[in-house]
Ligand binder design. Structure first.
Ligand code: SAH
Length: 397
């Protein structure tokens, strides 16, 4: 079924990234398309002198014209190939030994797992799939069938309701792809902490799974026992059950979404934490933190886990202003000896730049701060060495 329908010849001196196993071929690198490939078709990529380089899938509507799948000329990209790649990704997750304390984690992380455009997260007996590219959109029924065969889930939900699909010429989609629909509240575990998730309506695929190990790192007694914690950008609690387990005296959860905070409160109850001193504040973080500063309110520990401020290189300047403002406010709100866990999930902001921004904030706040830990994304969201763009989450404790 899946035949190679074209040969794309690269311009001279544009072969290096492909030879270095970077998975993207940009439109500007292509000298000539030989054949008439349909959107999503398999194509082969050759050097300017016609030396064979790689196989990938094609999208004429995207600046990323080809996403590369294989660098082996003898390899045929058929259904068996997809089964093999999926099985290999699943085996790597098995090796991380996250279960049984953790029952929600990423099974397939797109380019990092050599399955460009495909994200699959497991939540208990359910799978959530995101088709981020046209090449995957065209193959999502086949991929769902293979996942059903490999994992025998109760159901597979599609959450392709993401903006990046626009760049691929695709509309947003969501629904049940295979099997049964998930319950409105599915309860999963993360390091033994329970979280209720609405797979059809939650942010991303339901939870921010990439923060799991950072929640465990920050949520330790040595950092939080007896402390008053401000959990900014709390979503459905996230760090809160960890903080309660670590003996935090009080936790103020702040988020702009009332629905997320209602879920946060339910999640605390699910874990048996009925704590009258905890708070749930619906509001804009920038505004509420300013109010706390004006009223002299202080905390022993602050967590700053904002949404993505920079969606592309163009947003970097504005985003750094946002990060600096937030971190400056946090340093002002911290009691001496306090703990700050600060994050950025903007891929366009490097770890280096982020540290410079936090440096600017601490100087302006007239404080001193030491870095205890540098944090990244959980290992079920691995960074592919040949695809540094897959590193996006960074944090400092
Ligand atoms: N810390 C969470 C994940 C946070 S995601 C966890 O561990 O699960 C970012 C959150 O920021 C979202 O819940 C979103 O509703 C919230 N948010 C976005 N803009 C905001 C703003 N200006 N003020 C407060 N919250 C905001």
């Amino acid at each position: 079924m899946d035949k190679i329908t074209a040969t794309l010849q690269l311009k001279p001196k544009r072969e290096k990234p492909v030879q270095n196993r970077h998975p993207w071929v940009f439109s500007g690198a292509i000298r000539q398309v030989k054949g008439e490939p349909q959107p999503g078709d398999l194509v082969e990529v050759v050097a300017h002198d016609n030396e064979w380089l790689a196989t990938g899938y094609y999208n004429p509507h995207s600046q990323i014209r080809v996403r590369l799948l294989s660098w082996e000329e003898a390899e045929t990209v058929d259904e068996g190939w997809w089964r093999g790649r999926l099985a290999a990704a699943l085996a790597r997750r098995e090796a991380l030994a996250l279960a049984p304390e953790t029952t929600a984690y990423r099974l397939v992380y797109a380019e990092s797992d050599r399955l460009p455009g495909l994200v699959v997260d497991g939540y208990g007996d359910f799978l959530v799939l995101q088709a981020l590219t046209l090449g995957i959109e065209r193959r999502k029924e086949m991929v769902s069938g293979l996942l059903a065969e490999l994992l025998a889930p109760a159901g597979i939900v599609e959450r392709s309701d993401v903006d990046v699909r626009e760049k691929e010429g695709l509309a947003q989609e969501k629904g049940v792809l295979w099997g049964e629909a998930p319950p409105e509240e599915l309860v999963v575990q993360e390091h033994g902490h329970r979280f209720g998730v609405d797979l059809m309506a939650g942010h991303k695929t339901g939870l921010y799974l990439d923060q799991r190990e950072n929640r465990a790192l920050v949520g330790q007694r040595r950092f939080l026992e007896g402390k008053e914690v401000l959990n900014v950008f709390a979503y459905s609690g996230g760090f809160a059950p960890y903080a309660a387990a670590a003996g935090a005296r009080a936790i103020v959860n702040l988020d702009s979404s009332a629905a997320a905070l209602a879920q946060a409160e339910r999640n605390m109850a699910l874990n048996g934490y009925e704590r009258p001193d905890d708070g749930y504040v619906v509001g804009d973080a920038f505004q509420v933190l300013r109010e706390y500063r004006d009223s002299g309110r202080q905390f022993d520990a602050i967590i700053l886990d904002p949404p993505k401020f920079a969606h592309s290189r163009r947003d970097v300047q504005g985003a750094t202003r946002g990060y600096k403002d937030l971190n400056w406010l946090a340093f002002r709100l911290l009691r001496p000896g306090g703990i700050l866990a600060t994050f950025s999930c903007s891929g366009a902001i490097s770890a280096d730049l982020f540290q410079k921004v936090v440096f600017g904030a601490v100087v302006d706040a007239e404080r001193d701060a030491q870095i205890l830990y540098q944090m990244g994304q959980a290992p079920d969201h691995p960074v592919l060495l040949t695809f540094p763009e897959s590193a996006y989450l960074k944090g400092l404790l």
